[in-house]
Design a binder for this molecule. Structure first.
Ligand code: FAD
Length: 465
């Protein structure tokens, strides 16, 4: 029997274990699998809270539908009856102290329809004219990677980037777009420039035609919360894979058979293959300086979410839409707010409103270390100015995610390639994967886990021949 150890029971580790064990059983291979998770629960950043009839996501709340790996996994687990689409309402950008609707036709902030863009109060005339230059500017001569900020500023000008693109992208990466790698986050934009020259024209050509556009939103989630996926994975793996929950891997060294892992319960286990899915900064300590140097270069931002429930009567006026993101220059602590009961009606019982705000961004992470009460009072002060909410919530949950949003800096793909080469050389049989390296979205993590499983099967079957 060969032994594979997966370190970390977030979505990457769970997907790896599920795919690996399914293949082992399908092919009747003499391989056993152990998954080790430090916390007393599986799921990592996936964490659903059930409060009366509310379904509250403390980490991720959904995933991009067009990335199929999550839906495939959900279908394989028989949970697809529970999938639900977001309500595709208007999204807003808060600039200064005003909420502006996202201009119709904007795709990740890139305008593809001229009239709504020209009519938007979000940009000055000068800003609009500068964005229009995209139609005539030549292609970039830049070879290799560049920052997301530099790319968009060159094509569309500073104002469109600051007022629209930066707040939208920061909602996903909580990072500094002037440092984040275009190649590893949005390679499609680079491709569009090289194919169509103009970003606006290229996006217009490639976006789905109106008739093909679905009236449903672009995101999916599970009605009983994303933790129901974790529970289904745990139930499926129980008895097939050894699950060591509440056990930390504290050390790792080479041994005669492969690797020895030292666990917090004092045990030492031997592994032929290891799949390391813990965040890069935690994985770094297991390896030599050559590896540390590379994975230590993936910084991560701290953020906190605050979910708040109000009676409907506490919200003055009528808000119709999915929520808003906030431009960096606006004088607020919160960086985004989802009108969860409108975007995801299944989460909230009738007569209530559920809001989820984010705090923490690359240049303002200290807020995450403040007390729950301080985070609440700063959030409420912002909401009072933006939405005129005067009341305190019926209940709230603050969730801190320390160094949790990986930042793929310019050159990330090149560093990843070097990492793989050095791992092959110094630590054959160990794979490092997960959100810190291979994509932060849930579907990307599923793909990363499944790819790691495929590689383990390939290596072990080749060794056996
Ligand atoms: P993790 O979930 O971090 O799992 C790693 C696991 O390793 C953890 O359980 C940890 O306890 C364990 N571990 C660490 N050290 C050890 C050790 N020494 N021994 C054993 N175990 C160890 N993505 C989306 O697609 N949609 C969203 O809406 C979305 N929203 C997000 C909102 C927030 C607030 C955050 C923080 C992230 C969000 N993401 C979203 C990103 C997504 O949630 C993550 O990228 C993904 O869950 C990471 O999964 P993972 O398995 O790679 O890592």
């Amino acid at each position: 029997m060969k032994h594979v150890v997966i370190v970390g029971g977030g979505i990457t580790g769970l997907s790896a274990a599920f795919s690996l064990q399914n293949q082992i059983e399908d092919k009747n291979l003499p391989i056993r699998v152990t998954l080790i998770e430090a916390e007393n629960r599986l799921g990592g950043k996936i964490r659903t809270e059930y409060h009366d009839d509310f379904v509250i996501e403390r980490g991720p709340d959904s995933y991009l539908k067009r990335k199929k790996a999550m839906t495939d996994l959900i279908e394989r687990l028989g949970l697809d009856y529970d999938l639900v689409n977001n309500h595709a309402g208007q999204a807003y950008i808060l600039h200064g102290t005003n909420l502006y609707p996202m201009p119709e036709g904007a795709v990740m902030g890139v305008p593809t329809e001229i009239s709504p863009f020209l009519a938007s109060g979000l940009f000055s005339l000068k800003g609009k004219a500068r964005a229009g230059l995209d139609l005539v500017l030549p292609k970039s001569r830049t070879k290799g990677d560049q920052s997301v900020g530099a790319f968009f500023k060159r094509r569309l000008g500073d104002e469109v980037v600051e007022n629209l693109i930066e707040p939208l992208l920061s909602g996903v990466y909580a990072g500094n777009i002037d440092k984040i790698s275009l190649e590893s986050t949005f390679p499609q934009f680079q491709d569009i420039e090289s194919q169509y020259r103009s970003l606006i024209m290229g996006m217009k050509q490639t976006k789905p035609k109106k008739s093909e556009k679905s009236s449903k939103g672009a995101f999916l989630t599970l009605k009983k919360g994303l933790s129901s996926l974790v529970k289904a994975l745990e139930d499926s793996l129980a008895g097939r894979v050894e699950l060591k929950i509440g056990t930390t891997v504290e050390g790792l060294n080479k041994s005669d058979s492969g690797y020895a892992l030292h666990l917090s319960d004092g045990a030492q286990i031997e592994a032929d293959e290891v799949v390391m899915t813990v965040p890069a900064r935690k994985a770094a300590k297991f390896f030599n300086d050559d590896i540390k140097e590379l994975i230590g270069e993936v910084p991560a931002t701290s953020v906190a979410t605050i979910a708040m429930a109000f009676p409907e009567s506490a919200i003055p006026g009528s808000f119709d839409g999915t929520g808003f993101v906030i431009s960096k220059k606006s004088p607020f602590t919160i960086t985004a707010c989802t009108w969860t009961n409108l975007k995801w009606p299944h989460t909230t019982p009738a007569g209530h409103v559920l809001l989820r705000c984010y705090v923490g961004r690359e240049h303002d992470q200290a807020i995450v270390d403040e007390s729950d009460e301080t985070i609440l009072s700063k959030t409420l002060a912002d909401l009072q100015k933006i939405m005129k909410i005067e009341d305190k919530p019926e209940f709230y949950y603050v969730t801190r995610w320390k160094k949790a949003m990986p930042q793929y800096l310019v050159g990330h793909l090149e560093r990843k390639k070097q990492l793989h080469e050095r791992m092959e050389k110094h630590y054959p049989g160990i794979q490092i994967t997960g959100a810190s390296l291979d994509g932060i979205g849930l579907p990307d993590c599923v793909v990363a886990g499944e790819n790691a499983a495929d590689k383990v099967i390939k290596t072990l079957t080749e060794k056996a021949i």
